[in-house]
Design a binder for this molecule. Structure first.
Ligand SMILES: [Zn+2]
Length: 437
């Protein structure tokens, strides 16, 4: 497959950060536009403790750490509210009462539900996102015939040794109400998302990788400069930390930790005839919810869920990249955050020829997702046209328009989103940089 190696995602001369900003902001605003246009609600949730917000405005912090945490939370809250307001200003430029609160066509700030056993809120739900934010069914659907009741789910969520427990430990599963067997739990897995050695496939037409430049050595006594991207993006990995597999989360050391925490490295699975990663490959991560949706499609029944696993992961919202895949496949997310979806990617069929039931369901779900990516980017491009903050973002915006004019296949659009999230940042930061108030 084609992997374009150049400075920017959209052009050899653009900033990859500004390209990613514009691509993701267009997608997010476009997603809001399409939901509101279909008379559905549009909530962007912030992961914050409501109790913190309700305490007195100037509590006396007990320690420096507590003061720093309070300041960070106040900053996050203000930024989130500001960004949702910016989304509404962009929506308002479309007329027809978009972005206007009194007409019910505005994006709203939501607060991510926290795992709460007593209230039955223990998981992210695929399929309840169209219900009113006030409806408790949005967060607590438990079927009387459910084979996994809430208490059992919570027990699974609290086990120290069920699946991957590290950063972003959300585990997908399918609940089948007729009592038939469960297809198991799906943890986030790492995979080779793109490689020049993969055959040319129209469902994976083009991916981007930043060009490398020679930079001065960090250690001035070292004989040679190391090869690294001009921009400090994403993750670096390899001996001495100089080489990188593009897309990998954080650094070399973290990969060992993730493996110890039981993250499945699909790219190393010998039973799948995998070869070791090469520096020309792009690495991606498929979240549990996405794997659950493939299985629902394959089983033709059930509801996809994601549970927060381990002690550290307690907030129950989907990343934006999962949320649009869920939306496209008819399972709107119970809650959507604007944090990180670092190197998110779907799964791909084992080969172009493979026609196993699983691979057919992968292709069907991915095609719906790609079509939805095209719809939201096209809508978002119109919405944000007059709202860009500065010249750099206007250049990236123009390159985006040029790019989609020349690449009209749905997977070309979808892969722009995959490329943008290899530039690791939270979506709220991208919106903040891209849109004027
Ligand atoms: Zn996700």
């Amino acid at each position: 497959m084609l992997i374009v190696t150049q400075q920017g995602i959209l052009d050899a001369a653009t900033s990859p950060v500004e390209d990613a900003d514009v691509i993701m902001t267009a997608a997010i605003v476009g997603h809001a536009y399409i939901r509101l246009d279909a008379k559905k609600n549009c909530l962007f949730d912030i992961e914050i403790d409501p109790e913190t917000l309700s305490t007195s405005p100037n509590p006396v912090p007990r320690s420096a750490d507590e003061a720093a945490a309070a300041a960070k939370m106040a900053f996050n809250w203000a930024q989130h509210v500001r960004c949702v307001a910016k989304i509404n200003v962009a929506l308002a430029s479309m007329g027809d009462n978009f972005g206007q609160p009194e007409r019910g066509k505005e994006a709203m700030v939501g607060v991510t539900p926290v795992c709460d056993k007593d209230a039955g809120i223990v998981r992210v739900i695929g399929g309840t996102g169209d219900l009113s934010p006030m409806s408790k069914d949005r967060y607590t659907v438990v079927s009387p015939k459910a084979t996994l009741p809430g208490a059992l789910l919570l027990w699974i969520a609290q086990q120290p040794d069920v699946g991957y427990q590290g950063r972003g430990a959300y585990t997908g599963f399918v609940q089948v109400d007729d009592g038939s067997s469960q297809p198991g739990l799906f943890c986030t897995c790492r995979q080779r998302a793109a490689s020049p050695s993969m055959p040319v496939d129209k469902t994976n037409p083009r991916r981007w990788m930043p060009s490398m430049v020679k930079s001065p050595p960090v250690d001035p006594k070292a004989p040679n400069g190391s090869l690294k991207p001009k921009w400090d993006l994403g993750a670096r990995i390899g001996i001495g930390g100089d080489e990188r597999y593009w897309g990998m989360i954080q650094d070399n050391a973290l990969q060992c930790t993730l493996k110890k925490l039981d993250m499945y490295f699909r790219d190393e699975d010998k039973s799948r005839a995998q070869q070791p990663l090469a520096l020309t490959d792009i690495v991606g991560y498929t979240h549990g919810m996405i794997q659950a949706i493939y299985n629902v499609r394959w089983l033709k029944k059930g509801t996809p869920y994601e549970i927060a696993v381990g002690k550290k992961t307690t907030k129950l919202a989907s990343c934006f990249t999962c949320a649009i895949f869920m939306e496209a496949n008819g399972f709107p997310a119970s809650a959507t955050h604007l944090g990180r979806g670092e190197s998110w990617c779907p799964l791909y069929a084992a080969s172009i020829e493979s026609n196993t039931t699983q691979d057919v369901s992968l292709r069907e779900c991915n095609a719906k997702w790609a079509n939805y990516c095209k719809s939201i980017i096209d809508a978002g491009i119109e919405c944000i046209a007059s709202r860009l903050t500065d010249a750099g973002h206007r250049v990236s915006y123009q390159r985006l328009i040029d790019y989609v004019a020349a690449h009209q296949d749905a997977f070309d659009y979808a892969n722009l989103i995959l490329d943008a999230v290899t530039v690791h940042d939270s979506e709220v930061n991208r919106i903040d940089r891209t849109l004027s108030a």
